[in-house]
Design a protein around this ligand. Structure first.
Ligand SMILES: [Zn+2]
Length: 424
């Protein structure tokens, strides 16, 4: 089965848009801009839209097993496909946690039966993410664990993290960390800054994150491990990661769209749609994150898609769980606010959503190359539309971006050569 996708725009080697076409066969790209097009079984009209390699999101909470009221693998991957993602990595803070061969086997089965796109599961660093007992990293790697993390919580004891890093280094696998020192949280529900005082709410100081990152960088250096930092949110974190990279430590990092777009000043009231962990920090932090991404200190963008039920999020900052959804809004928000505004090029943004995460984790996806999986997102760069939570495919509608007007929306997504989502 040979399919020709024509009437599309592609980024050329000069990183400019240019008319093009893609020939695919058996779910793989066999040629970009083919000169001869014989024996075509099916032609797909791209309607002049821009086509990129499908996006990669290494930080997604699919909630299944155990949290199916918030999201399932089916609804989460449908939301991902709608957002232009074709590869996502599922965080292990589920019930049960994929911390043993038995539990990860179950997760693999659920993915096989329900996922609409590629889902690569994380396994945990410690049993039940409780920080007390290490998991069998080698056995979990054998079963296809993407990497190891206790995301949702920080690994509190330095010795536990150090030993896990040594184990991971031996089998050439990354340790991925949600950085948060529990002794520095002070029961906070938002950033310890100006806004929490105005609202009379307890704050989480920036050091809760940055101290953990500084510690882990030294541990990773000693262990010789690849250490990846989740959702960086503070200017001090950016600084220590920048210094560590200069010193040759194998550290990589991600930043979420909401931390690039919002800060504490934007929080209108005691409304849990603005509650996430790490929290929205100060304006200077937001500036440092943008600079960090632009200078390569932060490697790429990941959403930290964290769906919760409407009821859970209706109860104000103190009661509600942390987290917002992100898969269906990431590209339109980032394109509108950074590319349309002239700050970034389209090629830069696309790289942070595709080849950069692929390179950090050695994934064979994220590029329109011959032989690669035909994972494609078609984007209408002129389409203007508001973010309508009623149209989300995710079960979660918890977002502070409701009703934001965006230009540039995915309109169709192909996974392994098949259409898995299309705007109707
Ligand atoms: Zn996290």
């Amino acid at each position: 089965m040979r399919k020709l996708i024509q009437n599309i725009q592609l980024l050329n080697e000069q990183q400019e848009l240019q008319a093009g076409s893609i020939l695919i066969e058996q779910g793989r790209i066999i040629e970009i801009n083919p000169k001869t097009t014989t024996d075509i079984d099916e032609t797909i009209d791209g309607k002049g839209h821009f086509v990129s390699a499908g996006f990669i999101d290494v930080h997604v909470h699919l909630r299944e097993p155990g949290g199916e009221q918030k999201e399932t693998i089916e609804t989460g991957t449908a939301a991902a496909a709608k957002g232009g993602y074709t590869t996502i990595c599922a965080m292990p803070n589920t019930r049960p946690v994929p911390d043993t061969v038995e539990n990860l086997t179950k997760v693999n089965e659920l993915i096989k039966n329900n996922a609409k796109i590629r889902v690569l599961p994380y396994a945990s660093i410690t049993i039940r993410e409780a920080g007390k007992e290490r998991t069998d990293l080698a056995a979990l790697k054998e079963l296809g664990a993407f990497a190891f993390t206790d995301d949702g919580v920080g690994v509190q004891q330095a010795g536990m993290m150090y030993e896990a890093m040594q184990d991971a280094a031996k089998i050439n696998m990354p340790i991925v960390a949600h950085c948060e020192d529990n002794t520095l949280i002070y029961a906070g529900v938002m950033h310890e800054g100006k806004k929490n005082k105005e609202l009379g709410l307890k704050g989480i100081p920036s050091i809760a994150e940055s101290v953990h990152i500084a510690r882990d960088i030294l541990l990773a250096e000693a262990a010789g491990a690849h250490y990846h930092v989740c959702h960086v949110s503070t200017k001090e974190s950016v600084r220590v990661i920048r210094d560590a990279k200069k010193a040759g430590v194998k550290v990589t990092a991600e930043v979420s769209p909401h931390h690039l777009l919002l800060c504490e000043d934007d929080i209108p009231s005691n409304d849990a749609q603005w509650k996430m962990n790490p929290p929205l920090r100060a304006k200077e932090d937001l500036q440092a994150l943008i600079e960090g991404l632009e200078d390569g200190t932060l490697d790429f963008i990941a959403t930290d898609h964290a769906p919760h039920t409407f009821e859970e999020k209706a109860n104000g900052m103190e009661q509600a769980p942390f987290g917002i959804v992100g898969l269906e809004t990431a590209f339109p928000l980032l394109y509108t606010h950074f590319v349309k505004s002239g700050k970034w090029s389209l090629a830069q943004l696309i790289a942070w959503l595709t080849e950069k995460p692929a390179d950090v984790f050695g994934l064979p996806y994220g590029r329109l190359h011959m032989g690669e999986s035909a994972d494609l997102v078609f984007i209408d760069l002129n389409k203007e539309q508001k973010i309508e939570i009623e149209k989300f495919l995710s079960k979660g509608t918890n977002t502070p971006f409701k009703e934001w007007s965006c230009i540039g929306w995915p309109v169709m997504t192909m996974f392994e050569g098949n259409i898995v989502w299309e705007e109707k």
